[in-house]
Design a protein around this ligand. Sequence first.
Ligand SMILES: NC(=O)c1ccc[n+]([C@@H]2O[C@H](COP(=O)([O-])OP(=O)(O)OC[C@H]3O[C@@H](n4cnc5c(N)ncnc54)[C@H](O)[C@@H]3O)[C@@H](O)[C@H]2O)c1
Length: 348
Amino acid sequence: MWKGTFKKLNKVLVTGAAGFIGSQLAYRLWKNGDQVILVDNFSYGSEDNLEFDEHNFSSEIYRKDIRDINFMEDLFKSEHFDYVYHIAAITPLPDCQSRPVEAIDVNVRGTAIILDLVRRYGVKKMFFASTSAVYENNTDFPSIEDNVTAPSLLYPSTKYTAEQFCKAFYDAYRIPIVCFRFANVYGPHIDCLRTQPPVMGYIIREFYKGNSPILHSTGEQRRDFIYVDDLIDLCLKAQSADSFDVVNVSSNETISINKIATIIAKIMHCEHIEIKYAEVGDFWKKYPQLYSSPYPILPKLLEHEVLKYTCLSNKHAYDKYSWKPRTNIEDGLQKTVDFSCNVLKKNL
Ligand SMILES: NC(=O)c1ccc[n+]([C@@H]2O[C@H](COP(=O)([O-])OP(=O)(O)OC[C@H]3O[C@@H](n4cnc5c(N)ncnc54)[C@H](O)[C@@H]3O)[C@@H](O)[C@H]2O)c1
């Protein structure tokens, strides 16, 4: 009888592993047989995200900051990672805008710390979670990877800068690195509890509480949404990359926020609840510190952010990695609602 243990395929570090995307990615890697090491400082993520039917990562995650250089150094020294998925970041736009030094420190310097450890400890490949928000000032659609008009808001600026550092590490050291520009991501584990959740998490939470969701402007803004499982398919396929790459992870289709609210209302049997609308600027009024300094934030910039259209080409992902999204919005939203309602039941 064979008495050995199963050989794990790869040793993989996932930063930001208690968050929405990082937790799902870590679980999929684990299910595939990889040995997964998780790091998160829980500035945003949650325990709920670490529980899966077949596995609970709660006791295995390092509750550490990626900027804790001594800890990270020891981790890289002892673990000999094959791959690193650097997912951790400060992501909410208003938080980045309100705490710029911290956002730059985590999103840019934090990425530099990971890049340098990848270089010094010979990690085979690194994957970096960037964002479609880098296209915020683009006017040609669908957006393509090699055409970015430099962004204005701090969150995409930090991500765009970090992408440049990834490129610099490839140029100088030939470390294979893939930067994923995720479109708006949805699916189980989407945050529905934080002060300013992503729009789908927010709508689900308000319906769950029996409240009217408040959409900003007319709700007719159209965005490109990608389901988290589809995104992870591409994150795994990209392990075949052997150089530097930037790839959009998107549906290449748009849907209005009103339509999303309508689908969620139907799934949750909340069609009787009225959807309300507010002025564009109201979204940011919860962050008075942005208006109170001698240089208040420009209303035009915020208006642009709320009203902006997003649509990202996924041709490169298809051509290079034979990847296409496979989840339709109704099925994806059903799974998102099911998971989020369980989280809300436990936490509200
Ligand atoms: N969700 C989306 O729609 C979306 C879209 C585009 C890009 N992204 C990118 O994907 C990544 C994951 O996004 P998400 O939606 O899962 O966000 P999330 O906030 O749910 O997860 C990010 C995780 O990083 C952790 N973190 C933050 N700072 C840290 C630090 N200094 N040290 C260790 N951990 C830290 C947080 O605690 C959190 O668990 C981010 O890099 C984000 O910029 C997300």
